[in-house]
Each structure stands twice: as structure tokens, then as C-alpha cells.
Design a protein around this ligand. Sequence first.
Ligand code: CDP
Length: 235
Amino acid sequence: MSERLALYKGKSKTVYDIGKPSELLVEFRNDATGGNGAKHAVLEEKGRVNCAFDAFIMAMLAENGIKTHWLKKVSDTEIVVRRLDMLPIECIVRNRAAGGICKRLGIERGRVFAPPIFEFFLKDDSLGDPIITEDHIFMMQLASKENLASMKVLTHRVNNILKPFFAKAGFDLVDFKLEFGYYQGELLLGDEFTLDGCRLWDIQSGEIYDKDRFRLDLGDVIQFYKKASTRLGIL
Ligand code: CDP
């Protein structure tokens, strides 16, 4: 693609205008960040592995009736998506305790949540992406009650599709984050689903296959992303 203008450079993806009013191009870069940008590294092959992982999961979700922004993969590291009006809200579902919830509530890591726990976070780096309630969202006029309910239902549906898929390959889907946006008045799944935005543990050994390998300096980040992708039939 020759004519393209970078609209937004995030921590690991760049979004380009490709001259079409309803589409955008997303490039998965090799950058990895942690601690809200405090930690940074360039990890060879990360963009390619994340692009393949995201394409596979978005296609599977679409096959299972989840409407997403994803349209096509145009290179090893680039996809074309529908241009959404994104909500600055992160939707998190947790099947087990890890990360933020352990610190926040003093819960032991690994505790199983049945039913899974749902949380909203405000997407705002300057505030450190705080957890927020529905009332906060209404007060800030970020979304309607109806749209919040839809985001919650859709996030649980994604969990119901992906948890058994990962389990079949011997992985525990611990938690994940989704972001949504509007497309012609309809709420669609946007952003990405990669090992950067979920926690995935080996069911038998508990070994970590997700971005916590980077956050916690466990090493071999991309080797583990590739191992997980191979086991899942993605690579
Ligand atoms: O990252 P941290 O442990 O502080 O946050 P968390 O609330 O425990 O994260 C829950 C899940 O959402 C994890 O799989 C994170 O990787 C993901 N997440 C994300 O992708 N982006 C964020 N800004 C926050 C969380």
C-alpha cells in the first residue's frame, strides 16, 4: 500500500488511513511495552506472530456470531479493519485471579472464578487505566446503559467461545481484555485479541505463555508466543 497516513501510533500497533472512509489499516509492530509504557523492548517476530494470532481468533469469533472490525490480512503484519468509533473502555473477564485483581483485592493468584468476573476499566494512560463502575461511565457520558449491557454480554460470549478452544490445546484462559466501538450505529469488537491482551497458562504445568513473560522478565517471550500458536494450530 503506497498512499497511507499514520493516524495513531499505539504501544504495539500503528493505525493508518488508506483513503477509504470506512476502513483502516492496522500494522502490528515488534514493540512490547509493560507498566503503562515504563518498560519497552523490540521483540523480533512479535508483529508477525500477533497479526497471525489476531487474524485466527477474530475469524473464529466471527464464525461464532461475534461481529468484529476485522476484514482481511494484507501482509504478515498488517490487517484491514472497519473504521470504528472506539469507546475508551476496556472490558475484562477473569476466569482465574492474576495481575490487577490480586493486588487490588488481596486475592491469591490462581483462584478460580465461577462464574467468571467482569470488570470495566477506563482507557486513559494518564490516569493509569483505572477500574470504573457503570455509574462512572454514565456520569462521563461514555456509553448508554444498553451499550454497556451489550459489551458485557459480548465479552462473556467471547469467553464462552475461547475458553473451551484454548482448553482443547491444554491452555487455561485466565483473563483477557476486549475493546469495542461503533460502526454505523452498531457495536462491534475492535482492537485485537493476542497474547499481549490475555493470560494463558498451561493447564498441567501452570507455565505462562502470555505477555506476563515480558512484564515479569521470564524471558523467551516470542518463543512462547510461537509455541502457543503452534499448539493452537495458528502457526
Ligand atoms: O496488566 P495488569 O495485570 O495490571 O491488569 P489486569 O487488570 O490484571 O489485566 C487483565 C487482563 O487484561 C490481562 O490479560 C491483561 O493482559 C489485559 N490488559 C490489557 O490487555 N491491556 C490493559 N491496558 C490492561 C489489561
